[in-house]
Design a protein around this ligand. Structure first.
Ligand code: HEM
Ligand SMILES: [Ca+2]
Length: 300
């Protein structure tokens, strides 16, 4: 029931309003592009794209392991929502705003652009348990694939969408297990290229601050391009869940060929990424919904 012209009469300038606010947010902090698309991903994988991730409270998804002290950009979404409410009060859902902001983040960082079908409704409940079950950087490839399949996405979506790790940052907490004593063997992850390994050992020393961050793609930290895939061919994926797309045994029959193809052709990556973003953005919430006035709380 999503459509391209659902707000044509009720909020004709929506797309421009969101774009303008995302531009302002990226001027203040370029990393916000990465943070906004990640929020959209964490929204869509939990109850479908229904802005459940934006809700505050003790049972919120914000407090789930993958999000706490990690998910960011909530204030930016509030600001965009305010601008939209000023122009068209009570019309546009927070879920649509987050989808548009994610789309703009990619394009404004040098990536592809696409049209977003709109009309998502905001959910009435958060699902902290499901948010705790988001794909983890510590799990093997078969488990990650299974979590995508569970929301009707496929192996191509796994590889293409992982390409979002072309920008943004990750904390030592999510990759330092690779640096010194990987899987209890007493040695680092053998698939991690040695010069990157020694650099990361300095950035994230044993007993150091686990909140220190490193770029997911140190070739072009803030640009949306296919360097992420070139990195994987060289053992320079930051997260274990990145590198296993190329280096694990299972990758040989599933994801490795696509990693190689995207590393050779940015065009192919951009085309598949666009398709997969649309597919992820269409994950539906089966339950009823509303257009929230404030993205942090359901209407009363
Ligand atoms: C395939 C399974 C995935 C896993 C295991 C995963 C895991 C992670 C982890 C652990 C971080 C670092 C968080 C932190 O240190 O605070 C991260 C960051 C990020 N993820 Fe993923 N991710 C996955 C898929 C995706 C998808 C599908 C997207 C979007 C389409 C995405 C976009 C991002 C972005 C842009 C960042 C950087 C955020 C920032 O700088 O604020 N990831 N991811
Ligand atoms: Ca959601």
């Amino acid at each position: 029931q999503l459509s391209f012209d659902i707000y044509a009469k009720s909020c004709p300038n929506l797309v421009q309003i969101v774009r303008r606010q995302v531009i302002i947010a990226l001027k203040a902090e370029i990393r916000m592009a990465a943070s906004l698309i990640r929020l959209h991903f964490h929204d869509c994988f939990v109850n479908g794209c229904d802005a459940s991730v934006l809700l505050d409270g003790a049972d919120s998804e914000k407090l789930a392991i993958p999000n706490i002290n990690s998910a960011r950009g909530f204030e930016v979404i509030d600001t965009i929502k305010d601008a939209v409410e000023n122009a068209c009060p009570g019309v546009v859902s927070c879920a649509d705003i987050l989808t548009l902001a994610a789309r703009d983040s990619v394009f404004l960082s040098g990536g592809p652009q696409w049209r977003v079908a709109l009309g998502r409704k905001d959910g009435l409940v958060a699902n902290q348990n499901s948010a705790n079950n988001l794909p983890s950087p510590f799990e093997p490839l078969d488990a990650i694939i299974a979590k995508f399949v569970a929301v009707n996405l496929n192996i191509t979506d796994v590889v293409a969408l992982s390409g979002a790790h072309t920008f943004g940052q990750a904390k030592c907490a999510v990759f330092s297990n690779r640096l010194f004593n990987f899987t209890g063997a007493g040695t680092p992850d053998a698939t991690l290229e040695t010069s990157l390994l020694s650099n990361l050992q300095t950035v994230c020393p044993l007993g150091g601050n686990s909140n220190t961050t490193a770029p997911l793609d140190r070739n072009s930290t803030d640009a949306f391009d296919n360097n992420y895939f070139k990195n994987l061919l060289e053992g320079k994926g930051l997260l274990s869940s990145d590198q296993i797309l190329f280096s694990s045994d299972l990758a040989v029959n599933t994801t490795k060929r696509l990693v190689e193809a995207y590393s050779r052709s940015q065009n192919l990556f951009f085309r598949d990424f666009t398709c997969s973003m649309i597919r992820m953005g269409n994950i539906a919430n089966g339950a009823s919904g509303e257009v929230r006035k404030n993205c942090r709380v359901i209407n009363n």
